[in-house]
Design a binder for this molecule. Sequence first.
Ligand code: CDP
Length: 241
Amino acid sequence: MSIRVIAIDGPAASGKSSTAAAVARRLGWAHLDSGALYRAITLAALDNVRDPLKDDLTVAADERREAWSPQRLVALAEDLPVRLVLVGDAFRPEVAGVDVENAIRSPRVTARVSEIAAIPEVRHWVNVQQREAVMTHPQGVVVDGRDIGTVVFPDAPLKVFLTATPDERARRRLAQRGDRVDPAELQRESDALGARDLADATRRVAPLRSAADAVLLDTTQLSMEEQVARVVTLARQRFPH
Ligand code: CDP
């Protein structure tokens, strides 16, 4: 039997998470936002481990290098713990038993998450959590991220790669935060998204890219309802039961 996973990948603010959540709801499946786990580890590191960027130079070089070491980060994630908890139809991120769904969206986490997500040991740990979550769910899981179709679930029967122009993505992200959409803000947000996409697409491990067998969906001109409907139609074809 094939695994019951729908993989939705794409660049920052392409609408992956909102689409994945809506598709999961329509199918009676669960939603797993893999970015939330990377964000939760980043939050845990910022709150619990000396930040290598902020260290004053009186601290010994060895200790500074240790600060965000892969071993330290994975041990932190295990010990606190950082984990995913199924609440209703969504896997929500928790740190030390506290739901962090809102805290992980703060700019200080967003600014550092790609750095943490580029560490192979961290990615391995996150991938184990994702596979365990999928194994425990009886219906199926819609997973969104950057490497779901290429690395985490290469055997997913349905893979979708969502894109939209950088301007449209910046506009959506500002609107989502309730911020003003003036040209200067738009430019700033577009630059920030572009920098994160570049970091994600050019890293050595599991870079952001579309799987060869993914369905490409450019959402620039689509409403949320339309893009959800397209993925649900594909899902009903690939998962008839
Ligand atoms: O929602 P947004 O587009 O801002 O990003 P996210 O899905 O919350 O992911 C935050 C960051 O985590 C990304 O910029 C990537 O650096 C990393 N990430 C990743 O490397 N692999 C994934 N499967 C998901 C996220």
